[in-house]
Ligand binder design. Structure first.
Ligand code: ZN
Length: 662
């Protein structure tokens, strides 16, 4: 009771301190407008922009719309070298707000795609698109008359004592089933080995020349894999990979006197603990000598340019203006569906009103308000609308590796992703553990904004009933009431990692705050439309955000970065070991770049550093983050492994001992 009263009192005192500052500074700041938010969201989520899939015309129109708004508010364009074709553009062109980054918009079949069965298989040879299809992450290549081998599910899972491969697979074409021995169980022990990516890595590690996956659906064209598409966070698999129809698979195995359904049954059998290592290879079947396959894969991934939109509001303080707070939201969405979509049917426009036209509109409204605020914020504010978020935080990842202001001067990043569905005042704020005092700051601000002060008499400016940021006399008898209807019910998460762009900044040790009204049944579906947005709710969230920005700006000291408790929602979870590396998720084919290394982690103790490129881990060659994750899955806590990195042109070897994951 006492404690409660005390803290209540100190809160009131803080409140008056804030008010007196407000008197001195005489802040003029209008509030966010629900009508403007509605306009922005309605345009961005309209059919015209076709779901704003990164790299499409709709996304480019959205970028231009945001750039024009930035220009209207008088935000400055960067003069960094990174921005799109700067020299060719008029000085006042809105395009100067665009930061380009490379993006693979699609993948197409080239001319030479062949799959030939050597043995007499009838006159009809398989037709690409009808009987088989290369996968989008496949390497190009040609393999002449190679032996092929059935490898069950094509999974190597050391911790499950399961391996589809034996040394016999070397230099042969591996043919694997889709899926896992778990069947349709989405939470089975093998779930994380299901993606064709993992199977390709397992095949490559086993020395196979190529991997062929057997379609899951009886009708080939119904199979997800039968449509050629590319995942931008995937890179190149490092060997040719294709999917074939079940009918073609049956024919292939009939050539060696085998029945596909019998093979499938054999692959499903559980592994016996006592079995000798060679017998643990499930369903491994060498096809009789003489039966061979020839395979040629020729696909073209075509790159386009994607854009982050960046506008700058210079700070008013001669010194503090060198420090930057970033206010961001992604504006891209899922287009007509495809990867990431939860729609039942493909092809419909995914409007992405909440995800994330709402956050984009929030960035625009904050940019407008803060550019009008007098006095201006002391620190420089950089407003960024990111693209490529849905494909794996590509735009924010590009930004943190090509920042327009040095990251060392970037003191905080505020991210808004899906803030349009406020319900029952429930608001999620992530990242409160990433800077000292942020949890308290957010909680106090939420309390303060719900208070109304009533003064009975006064000598200074007074009013009978006023709420923040208006001013009250000090010698009256102010009555402070708290209006719970104005308060948010906050869910505060410590973690700076999460499924949105703030992760890219936290990886660079920048304090972050992430605002989110939670998921809903229209999430990643065409039905996420502008009419379902709670615009008044979003106004109240933006009020909270702008006051928090003000709180951050009032302090002369920049926020102090702290290592937050990691909650189990991040990527690459489910592993039993922990290294403390912070991998870069951008595409790569020649090693895994480390964005950072956590203090006191196994990686730090091993001697790894930010900027290292890991090329070998626990005996596995690493080309990208997938190989890395795969290797991680095979490692045991407390055991020592070799790790090799490239650092400044040198190849260095270290010993690393993973810790057990808590
Ligand atoms: Zn999304």
């Amino acid at each position: 009771m006492k404690n409660n009263l005390l803290s209540r009192l100190s809160l009131v005192l803080t409140f008056f301190a804030a008010i007196s500052i407000a008197i001195v500074g005489q802040q003029t700041q209008t509030t966010p407008s629900a009508e403007r938010l509605r306009e922005h969201v309605s345009y961005l989520a309209s059919d015209k922009l076709e779901g704003r899939r990164t790299g499409t015309a709709g996304a480019n129109q959205a970028a231009e719309y945001i750039a024009r708004e930035f220009a209207r508010y008088g935000l400055r364009r960067s003069n960094g070298r990174d921005l799109a074709g700067m020299s060719r553009l008029e000085a006042d062109s809105p395009k100067r707000y665009l930061q380009e980054f490379p993006y693979v918009a699609g993948v197409e079949l080239g001319k030479i795609n062949r799959l030939l069965l050597s043995a007499a298989a009838g006159p009809a040879q398989p037709v690409v698109g009808e009987d088989w299809m290369p996968l989008g992450f496949s390497s190009n290549g040609e393999i002449q008359k190679a032996q092929y081998v059935f490898v069950g599910y094509g999974i190597t899972a050391a911790e499950l004592k399961y391996d589809s491969y034996t040394p016999e697979v070397k230099d042969k074409i591996a043919i694997a089933l889709s899926g896992t021995p778990d069947g349709d169980n989405p939470h089975g022990q093998f779930t994380r080995y299901e993606a064709p990516h993992w199977k390709a890595i397992a095949a490559r590690n086993a020395g196979a020349k190529a991997l062929i996956v057997i379609a899951r659906e009886t009708n080939f064209k119904d199979d997800r894999l039968s449509t050629l598409r590319y995942d931008n966070s995937a890179g190149d698999g490092g060997l040719p990979v294709a999917v074939i129809s079940r009918q073609l698979a049956a024919k292939l195995f009939a050539l060696s006197g085998n029945d596909l359904s019998a093979l499938v049954d054999a692959a499903k059998e559980p592994v016996k603990e006592s079995a000798p290592p060679s017998a643990k290879a499930k369903g491994l079947l060498l096809v009789k000598p003489g039966a061979t396959l020839s395979l040629a894969i020729d696909i073209h991934r075509h790159g386009v340019v994607a854009h982050n939109v960046i506008g700058i509001l210079d700070g008013s303080d001669p010194t503090l203006k060198n420090e930057v707070v970033i206010i961001g939201a992604h504006y891209d969405h899922l287009g007509h569906g495809g990867a990431g979509s939860l729609a039942v049917r493909e092809g419909e426009i995914h409007h992405g009103a909440d995800d994330n036209a709402s956050g984009t509109a929030g960035v625009l409204e904050l940019a407008r308000l803060l550019s009008e605020a007098r006095p201006r914020p002391r620190r420089t504010l950089v407003f960024i609308a990111f693209s490529g978020e849905e494909e794996g935080l590509l735009g924010s990842n590009y930004y943190v590796n090509h920042p327009i202001v040095p990251l060392a001067n970037t003191v905080a990043m505020i991210n808004m992703d899906m803030i349009g569905r406020l319900k029952d005042r429930n608001l999620i704020v992530g990242g409160v553990g990433t800077a000292e005092g942020w949890r308290a700051m957010v909680e106090a601000r939420n309390q303060l904004d719900s208070m109304t002060v009533t003064a009975t008499a006064g000598t200074g400016p007074s009013a009978s009933s006023i709420s923040y940021p208006t001013v009250v006399a000090s010698n009256g008898r102010p009555i402070v009431t708290s209006d719970s209807a104005k308060r948010f019910t906050l869910t505060l998460n410590e973690d700076g990692f999460g499924p949105s762009d703030h992760s890219s900044f936290y990886m660079k040790k920048i304090p972050v705050l992430f605002f989110w009204t939670g998921t809903h049944e229209d999430y990643h579906k065409p039905s996420d439309t502008a009419d379902k947005i709670n615009y008044d709710g979003e106004v109240s969230i933006l009020n909270l955000v702008s006051r928090l920005l003000h709180d951050i700006d009032l302090s002369d000291a920049r926020p102090t970065y702290t290592v937050a408790k990691t909650e189990s929602t991040g990527r690459a979870t489910g592993f039993r070991v922990y290294l403390g590396t912070i991998p870069n998720y951008a595409e790569s084919n020649d090693g895994l770049l480390l964005d950072g290394v956590r203090d006191d982690s196994p990686a730090a103790k091993a001697g790894l550093k930010a900027g290292d490129k890991v090329v070998k881990l626990a005996g596995r060659d690493l080309r990208n983050v997938y190989d890395y994750t795969y290797a991680l899955g095979e490692m045991k806590a407390g055991q020592e492994y070799d790790v090799e990195v490239l650092r400044g042109g040198e190849r260095l070897k270290f010993k690393i001992t993973p810790a057990a994951k808590k």
